[in-house]
Design a protein around this ligand. Structure first.
Ligand SMILES: O=P(O)(O)OC[C@H]1O[C@@H](O)[C@H](O)[C@@H](O)[C@@H]1O
Length: 248
């Protein structure tokens, strides 16, 4: 999908997440005392459960999984199993995620988020729906909490906000080729909006100083209130990205 952006400075060395695409944030969102920022899932080696395969419908499906191993247990001593199923349709991408706690005695809590980097011609011209009336934590203002009063969110400065209980659907206008991107999410109550802008872009080694106008992260997840999984239970969530060709 040419709707995602990847920084020209991105490094693919397995040590840190690639600056682009859709890094998978788990089991921690943000800074973490026990491991890297945003957890280990975005730097861990996932297992390919099912290679990309064309289904009779014409869709292409692939399934990946991640389980606890020595690497994950060095930071987080819980057993877990993540399943990530992707389905590519002509103008849609589906992401179905499951996290399972196979332990017989331990409960764990975690956060999860899809850190999607959308490519845009000029972020200042994007409008994002689905946040009206929602409370948000503004990380650029020391975590102060505000309520969004705008029908559409626009970005004209360093932006790092955790919107809570957002609508099930967001529309982002003016993505690639002036199109609209529809995000539909299920069981992902929160939406993070991030753009480092000029001042913070300079501090990110794997991000060009001039790349900030051409990206916006709109990240569906569950971060404000953690997912709590009792032994033997699972949590499921999904996201659908759809390019809108017609005016909505
Ligand atoms: O540089 P990273 O670890 O990929 O994080 C990028 C950004 O990710 C966002 O989700 C966070 O809200 C920001 O605070 C953070 O700066």
């Amino acid at each position: 999908m040419h709707f995602f952006c990847c920084s020209k400075q991105a490094v693919f060395d397995g040590k840190r997440a690639i600056r682009g695409g859709i890094p998978f944030v788990f089991p921690q969102f943000g800074q973490w005392a026990f491991g890297p920022q945003h957890g280990f899932a975005r730097i861990a080696r996932w297992h390919v459960e099912k290679m990309p395969e064309r289904l009779p419908s014409g869709d292409v499906e692939a399934v990946f999984s991640l389980m606890d191993d020595d690497f994950t247990r060095s930071m987080w001593h819980f057993q877990f199993r993540l399943t990530y199923r992707l389905i590519l349709r002509e103008k849609e991408l589906h992401f179905n995620i499951g996290v399972y706690n196979p332990s017989k005695e331990l409960t764990f809590s975690c956060q999860m988020l899809l850190h999607t980097y959308f490519k845009v011609p000029d972020v200042r011209r994007c409008q994002i729906t689905g946040m009206h009336g929602c409370m948000f934590i503004d990380k650029t203002r020391e975590g102060a909490v505000y309520q969004e009063t705008r029908e559409v969110v626009t970005i004209n400065e360093w932006t790092d906000r955790i919107y809570q209980n957002t609508m099930q659907e967001h529309i982002i206008t003016n993505v690639v080729s002036g199109r609209k991107m529809r995000i539909q999410k299920y069981n992902f109550p929160d939406t993070v909006i991030w753009n480092p802008w000029a001042e913070y872009a300079k501090e990110i080694p794997d991000f060009g100083d001039d790349e900030f106008p051409n990206m916006v992260c709109v990240e569906a997840g569950r971060v404000a209130a953690p997912i709590v999984l009792l032994p033997g239970t699972a949590f499921e969530a999904s996201q659908i990205l759809q390019v809108c060709v017609i005016f909505i």
